[in-house]
Design a protein around this ligand. Sequence first.
Ligand code: C2E
Ligand code: MG
Ligand code: MG
Length: 592
Amino acid sequence: MSDWREAARLNALRQLDLLDTPPSEAFDRITRMAAQLFDLPIAAVSLTDQDRQWFKSRVGVDHTTIPRAKAPCAQVADTGAAVVIPDLLADARYEDCLLARNGIRFYAGASLTTRDGFSLGAMCVLGTQPRQVTVPEMKALTDLAAMVMAQIELQHAFGRIDPLSGLANRNQFVEDLEDLAKESPHGVCRAAVLIDLASPEQLSTTSRVLGTAYVDRMVKEGAFTVDAAVGGEVRAYHVAATQLAVLVPAGVEEQGYAATIIQALDASREVGPSCYVTSVAMGVAPFLVGAAAPHDVLRMAHNAVGAARRTRSKISTYSRVEDTTYRRRFTLLNDFGAALEAPDQLRLVYQPRIDLVSGACTGAEALLRWTHPILGPVSPGEFIPIIEPTSLARSATAWVIDAALRQLGRWRDAGLDLRLSVNVSATNLLEEDFATNVLHGLARQALAPARLELEVTESAMMENAEQALSILEVVAAAGVSLAIDDFGTGYSSLSYLQRLPAHVVKIDQSFIRDLTGDERKRALVTTMASLSHDLGYRVVAEGIETQAVLASVRHAKCDEGQGYFFGRPMGEDRFAAWHGAWLGLEDVTIPA
Ligand code: C2E
Ligand code: MG
Ligand code: MG
């Protein structure tokens, strides 16, 4: 056998991770059958390693390994053909071999051949008397060898094949990429395509409406179609519940390749109902072989799938820029839990709210600040939308309310008559104990409920209208003030707003900031204010930055204002100093 072929054979053997593994009944059963069939004392599953025969299974022998040199099994591995030696002593090649010297006279071995045609060794039987074999006996030995190979392949496939689709799984994808890295020269570029058969939302709807069996069928069909589309030469992988992956063959343009896969899927879906409830999105991740870890390749492709879903396109290619954003989002989400526990990462700042008629500071809005240990200050505009849809929103709001109530306690003790507004997320309005927790918190600090205001956005309330309404009714009935935040940016229906027990409407700063130069905006703000007044709300203008804007919002009859013009959000001490100064200034600052 040529050197390279022997090297490839050894490689195939070692990839099976079989050498030096403990005995296993699955193999021993076959070995016993071989011994019985030939009515011989010795049988073995013998694997030909570089310079030894190693027995995965054996009967009638004590040792697990013998030298490869002059072992008949090695001849089987070398030739890939069955070997029968009726009498070792009568055979010049074996008369002085180890077996012969230990009293063995007869040998018959059938090749353990892999699908790729490599002989790993032999299923063999040995006897202490010379013997002949019949054709049926050799046929049986060959069958037993095939059974051993089936067992080897089964064990190897275990953990590498997805039972639902029958495709190679993520473990295999990782292994294949690792092998590719070993085989390829440096600097080779390849691409992976990730095929997302349904978005998480679609998957959830499909499971609920059509059942999980339907989802299974959809995945099976998808796997079948993709496998057929890429052809026998290319492996399709099943890497996550509803995701398949393919490595684009070397030298093939990846976009076009991905497009052919999606065409095949589209064509196959025309016949099923899946086209109404799910849509396929694909992510292409080009990568440098060996430089990108297999899991990173999948992550990049995953990212591209996300981009495809966001832009409602079928195929998207991995972008490093988006990935940086994604990784930052991931870090923030991952680290926020620790921030809640840490003594010095989160703090509240307070932005004053001013009565536009009297000029008095009526209170402040509590705004969360996060100093990340590595990334530094992170704006709530960035981290709040990331944590808001997760279960962290509950702890975050609980943290803020607790800190805000303690602040209110300190202000009260210092003789400051201020109301504090706290921002509440949509998911908080799904917490059954939200109202009780808020009211308990107030009681613990012995605070009048009217000291606290909860700011809720229109969209948060619309998200789960009925439940939100019942929670808000409880807190409002107890005397807590409610404000509709960012008014004008959401999609609320006025009839619905009317049902809310809210007291305050905060017109979003996007309407206020450049109010002076924009006639239409002024008309809009005037209308919003008058409509809100008609519905019984107090109107707060957010984002007042200049004296001119202040004049405009007063003209539009807004009741209160908040913005940099009066004061930026400040920490506790600076707020106290600001407040002291404001008491002396308010008449001057707010011209009639
Ligand atoms: P928001 O509730 O509408 O808060 C007002 C935002 O406008 C604050 O930004 C404030 O600093 C900013 N602002 C106030 N006056 C002016 C002004 O005159 N000009 C300009 N350009 N901006 C002004 P911030 O603190 O960055 O907060 C952004 C958003 O993050 C908040 O919008 C709120 O939706 C959210 N947020 C902040 N803290 C919390 C919190 O504790 N919980 C929740 N759920 N959300 C929070
Ligand atoms: Mg707010
Ligand atoms: Mg706002």
